[in-house]
Write a protein that binds this ligand. Structure first.
Ligand code: GRG
Ligand code: ZN
Length: 313
């Protein structure tokens, strides 16, 4: 079986980060904050975070912060909770949370909670369980969970639970592995996993593994490397990861590498991108692939980073 082409992937990620005129960078312009999180977390898991210029990244992040306390995807764009979590996660990676006015960020997020406990993504009001996870993860990293109504947040997430054991984006929404990660992650971070039917959800999740070893996001869909994260992290959080064939999944992810130019794609022989490179590496980390740092399935950050946040006083 092919091995993980660590050096090639490091080179690929650093090149995407540097070459701001590349096709991928232009397409991703408005999502650069998410891209920074994907690329830098992957580099950290690969043990190469020290090859980036920390001051440059931090000063760019701070230029993306708005008066409201929220962060945008790039300089001059509108703030959104999606980019706010990525900004906080990147600062955590570099052990630089102290550059933040924590109350200000927490106030932005707290202000997005609705009466029913749900969260909007920004001032325009779209509601989605993705934003519940993001709010809870971000506040938890900032040690400010107490600033929202956690009980209502949990009860909204539970109202999005379906009869198949999965979760959707709003009440009645179809179960999807991405939303399941968000809901299970939010429940894990609030100590509420006892509300999940682990056997029922575990079955739904392990049925996502297809013949090639890859995982899909819903029944009848094609496998995709990013679900190695969404599905696997959920299975780990509910303690059912032994229900899939780990070796076949490792092989599927490794088959999606561009072994010449670096990077990982969604499926074998497709074009690579930073998003799938990150989720491929993160998936392999969850599978204990040798040489990679361990990643926390709920915080989506390296375990040593999470430990530093909570245990270094
Ligand atoms: C910190 C890891 C992390 C996440 C932050 C943004 C977010 C919280 C979570 C997103 C969860 C989500 C909904 C992921 C799914 C993304 C995806 C591949 C969507 C495509 O779905 P479909 O159904 O495509 O259109 P396929 O063909 O795969 O079914
Ligand atoms: Zn994908």
């Amino acid at each position: 079986m092919a091995e993980l082409a660590v050096d090639k992937h490091v080179k690929y990620i650093l090149a995407v980060e540097k070459n701001k005129d590349s096709f991928e960078s232009v397409v991703m312009d408005h999502l650069r904050m998410n891209g920074a999180y994907w690329g830098l977390t992957a580099l950290d898991l690969l043990g190469k975070l020290d090859s980036v210029n920390v001051d440059e990244v931090i000063s760019w992040i701070l230029k993306c912060q708005h008066e409201s306390g929220g962060f945008s995807g790039n300089i001059g764009h509108d703030p959104h909770i999606l980019y706010t979590l990525s900004a906080v996660q990147v600062l955590a990676l570099f052990n630089k949370l102290d550059v933040l006015d924590i109350d200000k960020v927490a106030t932005y997020i707290t202000g997005l909670q609705n009466e029913d406990g749900s969260f909007s993504g920004d001032m325009w009001g779209e509601v989605d369980t993705r934003f519940s996870y993001i709010a809870i993860c971000c506040l938890s990293i900032l040690c400010c969970l107490g600033k929202i109504n956690v009980e209502k947040a949990v009860s909204y997430i539970l109202s999005c639970k379906n009869l198949d054991g999965g979760f959707g984006c709003t009440p009645g929404g179809e179960s999807h592995a991405g939303q399941i990660f968000c809901c299970v992650g939010a429940l894990a971070l609030t100590g509420s996993l006892h509300y999940v039917d682990k056997d029922l959800l575990g079955w739904w999740l392990c049925e996502r593994q297809v013949k090639s070893g890859g995982l899909n996001g819903r029944p009848e869909k094609l496998p995709d490397v990013c679900y190695s994260w969404w599905v696997l992290s959920s299975l780990i959080m509910i303690d059912r990861v032994h229900w899939i064939d780990k070796e076949k999944l490792v092989k599927f992810i490794l088959d999606c590498q561009d072994v010449e130019n670096g990077g990982i794609s969604d499926r074998p022989d497709d074009a690579v991108d930073v998003y799938h490179t990150y989720f491929g590496v993160a998936g392999l980390s969850l599978l204990n692939y040798p040489g990679l740092k361990a990643i926390d399935p709920a915080y989506a950050l390296p375990v040593d980073v999470v430990n530093r946040i909570f245990f270094s006083g």
